[in-house]
Structure formats: structure tokens, C-alpha cells
Design a protein around this ligand. Structure first.
Ligand code: ADP
Ligand code: MG
Length: 682
């Protein structure tokens, strides 16, 4: 068969092919045109849509406009006002630069540009209008219009039936448009936007000086208290010279763990004002929330990154929604660390609201995120405790606050009370230091391990003098416990601890909190102090049957075992003997064999590679999580007042106390304001 002759493609076809890459659906047209309006320094952009964009897309701006004689150039492929040299491509600061958007759109629709340019600050006398029908340019005519540009796109895909077939229902297409506009509006607070669909206004935001306010307006105001604002400027790298590009900056809003969603849809990442999708950055976000949200949830976050344009390539994809960083790992680290810092610095306790039916359906039309909750009773809302001074970010319970204000003698008195409330101390194994509760506190023998201590009560200089003094101060030398009780730590149904803080009533799931406390202590020892966990030798080794495969696995787990204080040896070919076991688990009477079985199951399961000899953070997290869960007091376990007090004191000291290592909340707060409202006291 003779070869087909090589021919140059007609221009219309070239543009339609380009359109195939850039213009996927009406929302792509909207994105390109709004970006042009931003590049033209418009401060008000109005978007009008008919039938999901199939009938009409009209974008008006008050920007610099296009001079009449340049109108034909605007619709020419590869014609742009934004790029003249190759060097500029490196340092691109505008949204567009390929010069193909309008040409592509004109090739698959009926397009009309009406514009009045402003030159040297003076608006031209008259405007001009140009129409293109499926690539066919019509003559320019004069037009009466305000300074700025209006682009109208009708009958999109009318001459590309294959594309037309892929158009979805008007509501679906409009959904995409609305989501794009919201994203753009999120990074352009200084620009006003309106969006109208079939004559109904769905978005109206005026220029705003506050970036946060603009974002909340778009997310929905019910999220106001759930979004934590943060800012970060990366320090210059070590080998930075005066000519090095400025370090990256980041501004953002981090969602509280309780507003985490089922998808990453509510993570908005912008690079130099451009919305992008980047899996590695999504991963950094997720990683920052490790242990604060359940595995199957994804945090809400808005991240606006400003970086030197020469350090990022935005030209890897026609729609410019993907980018390539020169230092991808630095970007990953920037996001991970600044988000994590923000989360550690804030009180993440969610607020449980009593009423709510009066607030049901408070979702505003402008919201794009939705509240995720159905409203009505039992709704959870959020409150940031403004300016919490505590380093861990938790606002201290009333007990802890009061405790901190006491002088040494009073503290000694409380300490004594706690001691007296303890059950008799069993003979202490020499290394037992990891426990949380006071009965273990009494056994603390490792002075080099301050984390093993038990918060304020155990740190007290409770000498006999202090005791007497305190007793004199106590009204009528009252018995020890009632003094503690005056701080109102109440255990209900042996599962919840109820107390107060400066903002209201705190309800704490004591298993979840204890688990977090254990976890942080273990983590601090292993990662913070880089020590192995303490180990308890068993008088008699615990032996369990194990297949050859499992014995092999146990051998591969050697590095992990060493780290967490397990010593295990095969006996023959069919059993495994455990000779030493982590002290923490031993103290909490966890059965070595059950624990080992579970550990081997997890290793076999392979979701986290526990045999990896490098023992990265993911591996340790997994295992410490297992240990903390096993060792924590269970729901249903009765606790003494002293134990409750010690647990509460710890809450204030550790990091991430708002959630257990699996991400479930440890605490809820009923705010005083809400109580007052519900009891009609206001
Ligand atoms: P690019 O944005 O990549 O330059 P486009 O095809 O989107 O390519 O636009 C071509 C040119 O038309 C732009 O470079 C700009 O000069 C001009 N233009 C497009 N839209 C507007 C607008 N709303 N206001 C002013 N000029 C515009
Ligand atoms: Mg453009």
C-alpha cells in the first residue's frame, strides 16, 4: 500500500487538537478566561453561565482591555502578550503564556470578544467587538462598553460532536465551573467575583483585604472556628548565596482533625496563585495529620505557596494544573513541618454543641465545602482557644491551672493526697518507668528519663514540712480526697472523665486519652531521645507455636524487637520463645504471646513494612500505636480520683492530646456560651 502523503494540518484542525488538550469541558474555558482577566489586572470579574456552559459562558472584567488593533492577535494561536523571550518562560509570573487558549476556544465554539483598552491610565474612546465562529473570523465592529473585556462563548463543541457527547448534565458541568471559580477566588482575595447560573447568582464575593475571611466565605462560615491559620517562611538553605532565589513562603488554613473528609477534594494547593494538583504534596498534608485523623480520612487544608518561579516548572501540562519542582523534597518538608507546627500549637478539642436545630441548614449558598454534618442535635462545632499559652496547645484543665498557681507547700499537699489515694505499691521492678498512672509513678527509677514522670503531681517536692503546712491551710484538715474532688473530676460509666476548663465542660474518653499519653511517652523515648524502650526479663520464657515462615518473619523483625524491648528466640523449628518483653506492656499485664501473635499478623499483612531495618516513622508509629492501645486503661475500667487527676495533668503536657493515635478524638468540649444559650440564660 502506498504511504499517505505528508501534509501540513489546516490551522482550524491544529487549534482543535490544542483545544482537545486544554478544553476538556466548559469549566476549562471558564478557567482560561478568568485567568486572562486576572492577568489583565481585573479587580472585578463577573461570570455568567447558561445551561452549565453549553449555551453560554460570559466573563467580564474591568482589566486593561485589548486595543482594537490587537483583537485579531488575541484569537491567533501562539499569540500572547505575556512572553517574549525564552528566559521569561523560566520566570513566568502570569497565569497564561502559551497563547493558545483563546485560539482553541474559538475553534470549537462561537466566540465574541468585546473590549475597551486602557492605555497609559486613560481609557480609549470607544470599544471594539470581534466574533469568530468555529475559527471563521468576522469583521471587527465598534462597540459601546465599559473599560475592560467581555468574552462570550456560545455553543461550545458545536463542531466537535465527539466532545459534545462527553458533556454531562448542566448541573454537573456547572458544579465543575463553580468549583474552579471558588478555587481561584480563594487565592485572589483582592478581586471581586460573581457567578450566575441561568440567571441565579450562586456566588458574590467583594474584594477583601483579609485572605482568611475570603477563604471562610468560600468554605462556609460554619467552618470559621475549624480552620487554623498559619504562616511560614522557609529559612534559607545552608549553601544559599545572595543570588539564590528567595526561600519559599507558605500561608494557609489547616482544618481541625474533626472536619477531615473522605477525599482529598478539600485540599487546596496553590503555587504562586495557581491551583495545582500534586500527589506528593497531598501526601505531606496527610503525614502532618498522622495520628490525628483516622486512616481513611483526609484533612481539609488551604495552602498558598509562593516560590521563586525559576524553581518550579509550570509548563509540564497544557492545563498547567501539574507542576514540577526543582526541589520536590524541600516542598514536601515545607508543608509537612509548617502544618505540623500549626497543629501542635493549637487546641484541637472539638466543641460539642447541645442544641443545633436552630442552626440546622445554616450552610450558605456560597459554601463549597459543605459542613459534612447534617445539622440538628449533637452537631459538632469548633472553637479555637485564642492565645493558649500552653506549649502543647491544649488549654489546661481547671485543675491543672489551679495547680500551677499553687506555691510549693500547697503543691506538696496535693501530692500527698494523690499518694494516699494510691493502692499499695507493689514491689517495683528496677526498670519500670514507662507507666502513666500514679502506682507506676511511685516506681520511677530512671532519672534520665523525665518523660516517664507523671506531670505535676509526681514532680512535686512533697516533703513532710510541706505536708504539714498544707494541712494547716486546708480547712479543718479535711481528708485528702475531697480536695481533689473539689476540682470536679468525675468519672461516668467508668468510661468518661468529666471536668471543666476555662471555656466550659470537658468530656474525655479516658481510654483514648490514655492511649495517646502512652503513645507520646513511647514515641518521645524512641524518636526524641533515640533510646530503646525498656525491657522486662521474663522469669519463665513465654513460648508459642510458630510455623517456619513465622519464625523466619520473627527473625526479620529483629531490629524492631530490639527497639521496643522484645527478645525472642526460636526453639527448634516449631516454636518461638519470648525472653524479654517491653516493661510498659508487662506492667499493664499484656500477655506476651497475644501481643506477639498480633505483631506477626501485622508484619505478615505487610501494609506497613515492619521488617524494614530502617524502622522509619511509619513503622514505629504502627507498633507504638499497637502497644499504647494494649496498655491503655480500657473503657469500663474504674479509675481512682488520683488516677484521673494524673491523667488529666498529662493531657496538658503531651503533644496531640486532642486525638488518640488512630485519630479518634480524646476530648469534647461543651462551651459555656452554648450552655448559657440552651438554658436561656442570655
Ligand atoms: P495567553 O493567556 O497564554 O497569553 P490566551 O490565548 O489566553 O493566551 O490570550 C491571548 C492574549 O489575549 C493574551 O496574551 C492577552 O494579551 C489577550 N487577552 C486575553 N484575554 C484578555 C483579557 N480579559 N483582558 C486583556 N487581554 C486579554
Ligand atoms: Mg490565557
Amino acid at each position: 500500500m502506498a504511504p499517505m502523503p505528508i501534509r501540513k494540518l489546516p490551522l482550524l484542525l491544529i487549534n482543535q487538537i490544542a483545544a482537545g488538550e486544554v478544553i476538556e469541558r466548559p469549566a476549562s474555558v471558564v478557567k482560561e478566561l478568568v485567568e486572562n482577566s486576572l492577568d489583565a489586572h481585573g479587580t472585578q470579574i463577573d461570570i455568567q453561565i447558561e445551561e452549565g456552559g453549553r449555551q453560554l459562558i460570559r466573563i467580564s472584567d474591568n482589566g486593561t482591555g485589548i486595543p482594537e488593533d490587537e483583537l485579531p492577535l488575541a484569537i491567533d494561536a501562539h499569540a500572547t502578550s505575556k512572553l517574549q523571550t525564552v528566559d521569561q518562560l523560566e520566570a513566568i509570573n502570569t497565569m497564561g503564556f502559551r497563547g493558545e487558549a483563546i485560539a482553541s476556544i474559538a475553534s470549537i465554539s462561537r466566540l465574541r470578544i468585546t473590549s475597551k483598552a486602557t492605555l497609559n491610565g486613560i481609557a480609549c474612546e470607544s470599544g471594539a467587538m470581534l466574533e469568530v465562529h468555529g475559527g471563521q473570523i468576522q469583521p471587527i465592529t465598534p462597540a459601546a462598553c465599559a473599560p475592560g473585556t467581555t468574552l462570550e462563548v456560545r455553543d461550545i463543541f458545536f463542531n466537535t460532536p465527539a466532545r459534545l457527547k462527553f458533556m454531562r448534565a448542566a448541573s454537573t458541568e456547572f458544579g465543575h465551573i463553580s468549583s474552579i471559580i471558588s478555587q481561584i477566588a480563594m487565592v485572589q482575595p483582592q478581586v471581586g467575583f460573581t457567578l450566575t447560573h441561568n440567571g441565579r447568582k450562586t456566588l458574590d464575593v467583594s474584594p477583601d483585604s483579609s485572605h482568611r475571611r475570603r477563604c471562610i466565605q468560600l468554605l462556609g462560615k460554619e467552618l470559621d472556628d475549624a480552620m487554623l491559620e498559619f504562616e511560614h517562611v522557609d529559612p534559607p538553605t545552608e549553601n544559599a548565596s545572595p543570588n539564590s532565589p528567595p526561600p519559599p513562603r507558605l500561608w494557609g488554613l489547616a482544618g481541625m482533625p474533626a472536619v477531615a473528609r473522605a477525599t482529598t477534594k478539600f485540599q487546596y494547593v496553590f503555587i504562586n496563585g495557581r491551583p495545582i494538583k500534586d500527589r506528593s504534596l497531598n501526601h505531606a498534608i496527610k503525614e502532618a495529620y498522622r495520628g490525628l485523623i483516622p486512616h481513611d480520612k483526609h484533612p481539609m487544608a488551604i495552602l498558598c505557596i509562593e516560590i521563586d518561579p525559576t524553581t518550579v516548572d509550570v509548563n509540564v501540562h497544557p492545563t498547567k494544573s501539574q507542576v514540577r519542582f526543582r526541589e520536590p523534597s524541600r516542598m514536601h518538608g515545607l508543608i509537612l513541618h509548617s502544618l505540623r507546627q500549626c497543629l501542635l500549637a493549637n487546641d484541637l478539642t472539638p466543641q460539642a454543641s447541645l442544641g443545633g436545630f436552630n442552626r440546622a441548614g445554616a450552610m450558605t449558598g456560597g459554601g463549597i465545602a459543605g459542613s459534612g454534618t447534617s445539622g440538628g442535635a449533637g452537631k459538632i462545632s469548633f472553637s479555637r482557644s485564642g492565645g493558649s499559652s500552653s506549649s502543647s496547645g491544649t488549654s489546661p484543665s481547671a485543675f491543672v491551672q489551679h495547680f500551677r498557681e499553687m506555691d510549693a507547700a500547697q503543691k506538696g499537699f496535693i501530692y500527698q493526697q494523690i499518694k494516699e489515694a494510691l493502692p499499695p505499691v507493689p514491689p517495683a521492678p528496677p526498670e519500670a518507668t514507662q507507666g502513666l498512672l500514679p502506682q507506676n509513678a511511685a516506681q520511677t527509677t530512671d532519672p534520665s528519663n523525665p518523660e516517664a514522670s507523671n506531670g505535676p503531681p509526681s514532680e512535686l517536692p512533697g516533703g513532710p514540712g510541706a505536708w504539714e503546712l498544707a494541712q494547716r491551710n486546708s480547712p479543718g484538715g479535711a481528708p485528702a480526697l475531697p480536695i481533689l474532688q473539689q476540682y470536679n473530676i468525675l468519672q461516668v460509666h467508668n468510661s468518661y472523665l468529666v471536668t471543666q476548663d476555662d471555656q466550659g465542660i470537658l468530656i474525655i474518653d479516658h481510654h483514648a486519652l490514655h492511649e495517646r499519653v502512652m503513645f507520646e511517652q513511647l514515641r518521645n523515648r524512641i524518636l526524641g531521645q533515640n533510646k530503646n524502650l525498656e525491657s522486662q526479663r521474663l522469669l519463665m520464657p513465654a513460648t508459642m507455636p510458630a510455623s517456619p515462615g513465622r519464625l523466619d518473619l520473627a527473625e526479620q523483625l529483629g531490629p524492631l524487637f530490639e527497639r521496643i524491648g522484645i527478645e525472642a528466640q526460636p526453639i527448634g523449628k516449631e516454636s518461638l520463645a519470648i525472653h524479654a518483653f517491653p516493661t510498659l506492656l508487662f506492667d499493664r499485664k499484656v500477655d506476651p504471646i497475644t501481643f506477639m501473635e498480633e505483631l506477626l499478623d501485622e508484619a505478615e499483612d505487610g501494609k506497613v513494612d515492619l521488617t524494614n531495618p530502617n524502622l522509619d516513622e511509619a513503622v514505629l508509629h504502627k507498633v507504638l500505636d499497637m502497644m499504647a492501645c494494649k496498655a491503655a486503661v480500657k473503657g469500663g475500667d474504674a479509675m481512682t480520683q488520683a488516677e484521673l487527676a494524673a491523667l488529666l495533668a498529662k493531657r496538658d503536657e503531651i503533644e496531640r492530646s486532642s486525638n488518640c493515635p488512630h485519630g479518634r478524638p480524646t476530648s469534647l468540649r461543651l462551651s459555656l456560651a452554648d450552655l448559657e444559650k440552651q438554658f436561656m440564660r442570655t
